[in-house]
Design a protein around this ligand. Structure first.
Ligand code: MN
Ligand code: MN
Length: 295
């Protein structure tokens, strides 16, 4: 049993090592005039070249967008000189996922906001250990962000990670909640504080470019069948529309969607269009602390 756990944790660590390398290189590509699609494809291809698989499409969310933005197939969008960019990357090895995000401040005007999310993550990591409650984690994150004059985004949260599940229980809130879960040694969790100068809540906006399969069910149309076979390869993990075969894609995707077997992930933006920063690491809980696998 001990050996089995160690083998599993090794997969998480390998995913983490790949993620750190890719994140470092990709961050350097985020600059005024740079293409979002190029960065996303660089991240995803680089993960594969290094022997991993993307655990979800590379998320590039800007300004009031907090999460779930990824370029479309022929996206021409480029970074602007004032963009506040959240780069969120997932890597898996055999289903074992490392998940990490950084914020790149191209204008240099949002240093305080960026630091608020980073400091909240640092403070949370300091209290991670066997027996810590998600109530304590949420409290530390929320307090740290508020002390710095910003608001935590209350309806986004960290989460557990398990095989082929990028959002496993428990929820790790970014504010103090009444009900919590106790974390134990060898639990793998992602902690991801979001800070904003807006209202402190995200809402859905715009079309989804990211989907996941929730329950396979037969579809009739030939292209939809082919599409579903392709989608099954992701084993329930989120995938990008631009990863799919292009043959009659719109129609085939609509057929699969109306069968009720896909979940879509619309872009989440701050309700008052406030600017949003994010910092995220994946950690393995240890007896007296934690091991950060994405540092
Ligand atoms: Mn993430
Ligand atoms: Mn996450």
């Amino acid at each position: 049993m001990e050996e089995e756990i160690e083998l599993i944790l090794e997969n998480y660590r390998r995913a983490g090592v790949i993620l750190v390398e890719v994140r470092k290189e990709a961050t350097g590509l985020i600059k005024d005039g740079g293409s979002l699609l190029e960065v996303a494809e660089f991240v995803e291809n680089n993960i594969r070249e290094k022997g991993g698989e993307p655990a979800f499409p590379c998320n590039i969310s800007r300004n009031e967008e907090a999460a779930h933005a990824t370029p479309s197939i022929d996206d021409q969008t480029v970074f602007g000189k004032d963009d506040l960019v959240k780069l969120d990357i997932g890597v898996h090895i055999d289903g074992y996922i490392a998940d990490s995000a950084v914020t790149v401040d191209l204008s240099g005007n949002y240093g305080g906001l960026v630091k608020a999310a980073e400091a909240a993550l640092d403070e949370a990591i300091k209290i991670m250990r066997d027996g810590v409650s998600t109530i304590e984690i949420g409290e530390v994150i929320g307090t740290t962000i508020k002390e710095r004059g910003y608001k935590p985004v209350v309806n986004l949260s960290g989460h557990g990670l398990s095989r082929y599940d990028s959002h496993a229980p428990p929820t790790i809130p970014n504010v103090k909640y009444e009900h919590g879960v106790t974390l134990h040694e060898n639990n793998v969790v992602a902690i991801e504080p979001f800070a904003t100068d807006g209202g402190g809540k995200v809402v859905e906006s715009g079309n989804a470019e990211i989907f996941s399969l929730i329950k396979p069910k037969p579809v009739r149309m030939r292209e939809a069948k082919k599409l579903l076979d392709e989608i099954k390869n992701y084993q329930g993990l989120p995938f990008a529309k631009r990863w799919l075969p292009r043959e009659r894609l719109e129609l085939a995707l609509r057929k699969v969607e109306t069968a009720g077997i896909l979940r879509d992930y619309p872009v989440l933006r701050e309700e008052e269009k406030g600017m949003v920063s994010q910092a995220e690491h994946t950690v393995i809980i240890k007896k007296d602390g934690c091991e950060v696998i994405t540092k």
